[in-house]
Ligand binder design. Structure first.
Ligand code: NDP
Length: 342
């Protein structure tokens, strides 16, 4: 679409994700453009605005954010703040009559997430949770191949999302600002992807948590979680997530008639996909190659299309609520050291 017909986005919070991934991704978008910035750091905001051709009057601070209601260029508000601030800004955006995109995890807990869905419903605006992996082509290919049934039933899903978290990532160690540790931040991708692959909701979950003793970073939030999800059709997902293990972001599916390995499944790039099929007596291993596409641009364009065509996003607010309900069950399981039925 030509620039004047593209859907205008306001980016709220100019941190690492906004500056290093989202704003650059707009260059690869076909239906969206950044038209406003919301930031608590005026100098940084002015510099970034100049870089992206955003006029000074379209730069807001948090106190003045509600004036965005009178800015017709802004159709979507994209909330990219620490998790504990998502609820407030999603509700304010809805009140301003803007469609909302919200970074994952949707909130600190399911109660907040439900408030956000209700506020957007009441305001008649769309709400999308930015589950980027559900817009990434190799993840989509995996979901589609499993769901087609051609490879038989899926017995096991193995999903790992680990990375070493530096001491500088302050808000991520605060329960009030992050809601939790590795689980809501990165383990969420294992959970959300297992649900997307099966197209089912877990009926039983089990989790164990490990925190290194004496590490001040893990006084309020957890470092490592291993968890199991059991789905109605029998598929079991085994998931691991940690802030204390070297980067590994792989997804494996074991099916009756083959397997799928997706390396770097949850990374920003570098996905490598291999699929094994039983072909007669032999096993055929296929290397799947798809065109490289920026997953952030794809998800932003998806929201823009939903606004243009008045469609419901693939990952609406309800999707975020459900993940929070499940994460709460996982925390309960870890606390009680017993499986939790849903
Ligand atoms: P950063 O800490 O890098 O940035 C957060 C920004 O929020 C800050 O730069 C600041 O922007 C603003 N902010 C407002 N209030 C506070 C506060 N009290 N403490 C800290 N920052 C504040 O975080 P990220 O960019 O890594 O994460 C932001 C959101 O994006 C989170 O919800 C996170 O889970 C999600 N995320 C998603 C990823 C994905 O792959 N989809 C990857 C990384 C993060 P300013 O100076 O402009 O006010």
């Amino acid at each position: 679409l030509p620039p004047d017909q593209r859907v205008g986005f306001a980016i709220v919070g100019l941190g690492r994700l906004s500056l290093e991934q989202l704003l650059p991704a707009f260059a690869e978008c076909k239906r969206a453009r950044p038209v406003a910035l919301v930031s608590g750091s005026p100098e940084k905001a002015r510099l970034v605005a100049a870089q992206y051709g955003i006029p000074d009057q379209a730069v807001y601070d948090y106190a003045g954010f509600d004036r965005i209601a009178e800015d017709p260029r802004v159709q979507v508000v994209y909330v990219v703040l620490p998790n504990g601030l998502h609820r407030e800004f999603v509700m304010r955006a809805a009140k301003a009559g803007k469609h909302v995109m919200c970074e994952k995890p949707m909130a600190n807990n399911s109660a907040e997430a439900r408030d956000m869905v209700a506020a957007c419903d009441q305001a008649g605006v769309k709400l999308m949770v930015a589950y980027r992996c559900q817009y990434e082509p190799y993840n989509r290919e995996t979901i589609q191949r499993v769901r087609s049934g051609d490879m038989g039933a899926a017995r096991f899903i193995e999903a790992t999302n680990t990375q070493v978290m530096g001491p500088g990532d302050q808000w991520r160690f605060s329960k009030a600002l992050a809601g939790g540790g590795a689980l809501p931040d990165i383990g969420l991708y294992c959970l959300n992807t297992a649900r997307a692959i099966t197209g089912e909701e877990p009926i039983e979950v089990f989790a164990r948590i490990f925190n290194p003793e004496g590490d001040p970073r893990y006084r309020e939030v957890e470092e490592s979680v291993s968890f199991m999800l059991r789905f109605p059709s029998g598929t079991i997902a085994n998931c691991t997530t940690s802030y204390g293990a070297h980067e590994s972001k792989d997804l494996r599916v074991r099916l009756e008639k083959g397997w799928i390995d997706l390396e770097n499944a949850f990374a920003y790039e570098g996905q490598q996909m291999q699929v094994a099929h039983r072909g007669g007596k032999a096993e055929i291993v296929e290397r799947v190659r798809l065109p490289q596409q920026n997953q952030f641009a794809l998800e932003i364009d998806h929201m823009a299309s939903c606004v243009k065509e008045n469609r419901m996003p693939r990952t609406p607010g309800q999707e975020g609520v459900q993940d929070h309900v499940l994460m709460e069950a996982l925390y309960e399981s870890a606390r009680t050291m017993a499986p939790v039925s849903l």
